[in-house]
Design a protein around this ligand. Structure first.
Ligand code: 4H3
Length: 223
């Protein structure tokens, strides 16, 4: 999977070099290419934004600069996603669908946003990570990259994605996990988990998942 990220703040993405995503990059399982929109400014001061027509607060990113940045990375199979609070809210099914794409171009706005004309011209889909406003699309783009990358073969074990919450028809939250020590602050690990009885363990986990979902996210059971 190739991710091209169009952003004014490429350095924000350095956190992706850590942990599991960092390993996936090192192992060439995913490729994250950061494009600084500012590099496509034609102006001697490297300006990329201007005041909004019609007035109002803040600055708007110019369409020509974004278009040139897009043209530097576009491909026939690329899907262009604009990270925006106006988009469809990301969920696990959408994540799985996106993981089947070859090439994603993620466009990150900042300030008051991007001139509508270039959005109309290049964007295939708008995605939001939730109903709140952030200072830019960079954190949403990182959320998308992380969640999608987990479904790229080899990034994590297949077992990890097949059993978890929200995945493929699994509308249950996950059962609780325990590890050593067997007694912590006087509390023992549930007996069944040290019984070695795999069928009983499976049934106990299934029941726990159901009870936890009922208690914490009952609306998931209505779907
Ligand atoms: C996405 C982007 C929230 C989300 C975003 C989200 C700033 C987009 C600016 C940037 C525009 C104003 N905030 N919920 N903010 O996924 O460029 O909308």
């Amino acid at each position: 999977m190739k991710f091209d990220v169009l952003t004014l703040f490429p350095e924000m993405f350095s956190s992706l070099n850590e942990s599991i995503i960092g390993k996936a990059i090192e192992r060439d399982l995913i490729n994250i290419n950061l494009i600084n929109i500012r590099d496509f400014s034609k102006d001697k001061h490297k300006n990329v934004d201007d005041t909004p027509y019609g007035g109002g607060a803040g600055m708007v990113i110019r369409p020509d600069v974004v278009y040139d940045a897009y043209n530097s990375v576009k491909s026939d199979e690329a899907k262009v996603i604009y990270m925006s609070p106006q988009g469809k809210v990301l969920n696990q099914n959408k994540v799985i669908e996106l993981s089947k794409e070859k090439h994603l171009i993620l466009l990150c706005g900042h300030y008051e946003g991007i001139d509508q004309r270039v959005l109309d011209e290049i964007v295939d889909e708008e995605i939001s990570i939730g109903d709140y406003v952030l200072t830019g699309g960079e954190i949403p783009a990182m959320v998308l990259i992380d969640s999608v990358s987990r479904y790229i073969e080899g990034v994590i074990s297949e077992e990890s994605t097949s059993e978890e919450s929200f995945s493929n028809g699994n509308n249950l939250l996950e059962y609780p996990q325990y590890t050593r020590p067997e007694v912590f602050n006087g509390v023992k690990v549930p007996e069944v988990l040290i019984s070695g009885h795999h069928e009983n363990i499976r049934k106990w986990r299934e029941e726990q998942a159901l009870q936890i979902t009922k208690k914490k996210r009952p609306e998931l059971l209505e779907k």
